[in-house]
Each structure stands twice: as structure tokens, then as C-alpha cells.
Write a new protein. Structure first.
Length: 237
């Protein structure tokens, strides 16, 4: 059996703006595309709003904005990090942090694309933290059912053993939603995903009632942190 192709470098950058500059993040959601589209080495990206706190909710945090990106290589990412555009961005925000991720397993699509390539399964490199991304486009006729189920699936999330952090993300309010969580290890992540009754029940309902028009699930190894992400040591991989 041939080995899977080399994994792309995936990054999640979260920028936080000062309280006096609440509209800056919204402006950048519109203007950043002109620079990012066609950027050499950037295969896929999405600009994302965030919810307040650590749970998926209908709330919006106007100070905190995310950028999810898939790079052809580490070299392409480092060129971007050293670019004048990125330096200007860092100077414009109150703080910025980037997680460097290696995709391990995934299935589904994002905007009709497979951002990490055809689905494969990779083994972890060691005892590194694990991150999970779940993203879905909710069918309009299933919005009420989805949002009624959300509180039950996340009621015990903040107290879950092994959880380092969690973040609600979204491309479009209400309809296109994602969650991103970081765990100490795969065992703690699996315990929440497969042993929590409300979470398992919601997963079953998504299949039975056809909630999603499109969905993506991905698991990553956290290989480095640029900046400060609570619960993780800072430093490049």
C-alpha cells in the first residue's frame, strides 16, 4: 500500500481588535479578499466571524475574527508571514495568534471543495494536542431544529476533561456555522464525541432529518503556535 501524499500545512489565525475599533474586522472581511485571492501557495482560505465565549451560539464577537487557510508548503506560509501585508495586519490588531495544523483525518466538502485533498488517514507524529473542525451549511428548513439542539450538545463542553479551548466560527450568520476545538489528546476528544449522550443524539438526528446541505469534519495535529493561545505552549513547530 502506497503512503499517503504529504500533508498540506493548515493554519487558523485569530485576530482580536481593540474595543475602539469594532468595525475594523468587518471591513477586513470585505477588503482582505483582494489580497488573498490568487496568493501564491495559498490553495484555500475562508474568512470567519466568531461567536462570543467558547460555545457555538447566535452571539457575535465583533472584536475577534478568524482566517482558515490551506497552504501548499511551509515555505509559502512563511513568505506570507514575512510579507508587508501581514506585518501591517499584525500592527493593526490588538493581538493575533496562529495555530499550525497537520490534517490527520477528514471527510466532506467546504464550498464544494476538498480543501485538504482526497480523504486519507494519517497517523499522529507524537503526543501532540489534537484539534477538530466541524463545519456545516444548515438547510433553511432545518434551522430551527439545529439551533434547538445546539445547547444540549454543548452544555457540558467547558467542563469536558482534556478540552483546551473551543471556538464558534461562521461564514454567514445562522446558516453557515463551524466549531473548532483543541484537545490534550485523541482519547479526550473521542470521549466527548462518542460518549456524550446529547452530542451523539444530535449527530444521529443530522443524518435522520437531513439537516445539512454540506458538511466537513476534520481532525488535526497541532504542530505549533504563533502567538498566545490559552492552554498551548507558544512557538513554531
Amino acid at each position: 500500500m502506497s503512503a499517503p501524499p504529504p500533508a498540506p500545512l493548515v493554519t487558523l489565525t485569530v485576530n482580536r481588535f481593540a474595543p475602539a475599533d469594532l468595525r475594523a474586522g468587518m471591513r477586513r472581511m470585505a477588503t482582505d479578499h483582494s489580497h488573498l485571492r490568487g496568493l501564491p501557495g495559498l490553495d484555500f482560505y475562508r474568512l470567519l466571524g466568531t461567536g462570543q465565549g467558547a460555545k457555538l451560539s447566535l452571539s457575535v464577537d465583533l472584536r475577534r475574527w478568524g482566517r482558515f487557510a490551506v497552504w501548499q508548503s511551509r515555505a509559502a506560509f512563511e513568505l506570507f508571514e514575512d510579507s508587508p501585508w501581514r506585518r501591517q495586519e499584525r500592527e493593526a490588531v490588538a493581538d493575533t495568534v496562529t495555530l499550525l495544523l497537520r490534517p490527520l483525518r477528514w471527510h466532506g466538502r467546504w464550498a464544494g471543495q476538498e480543501p485538504f485533498g482526497p480523504a486519507v488517514s494519517r497517523h499522529p507524529c507524537g503526543e501532540l494536542p489534537v484539534a477538530v473542525l466541524t463545519r456545516a451549511v444548515i438547510r433553511p428548513t432545518r434551522l430551527a431544529a439545529f439551533w434547538r439542539a445546539v445547547p444540549g450538545t454543548q452544555e457540558f463542553l467547558p467542563d469536558q476533561p482534556g478540552l483546551i479551548s473551543a471556538l464558534g466560527l461562521g461564514e454567514w450568520p445562522v446558516v453557515q456555522q463551524a466549531t473548532f476545538s483543541v484537545w490534550q489528546d485523541q482519547a479526550s476528544m473521542r470521549a466527548y464525541a462518542y460518549q456524550g449522550g446529547a452530542h451523539r443524539h444530535a449527530i444521529a438526528r443530522t443524518r435522520q432529518e437531513n439537516w445539512y446541505g454540506e458538511e466537513l469534519f476534520a481532525r488535526f495535529e497541532v504542530q505549533g503556535v504563533r502567538g498566545v493561545w490559552e492552554g498551548l505552549p507558544s512557538g513554531p513547530s
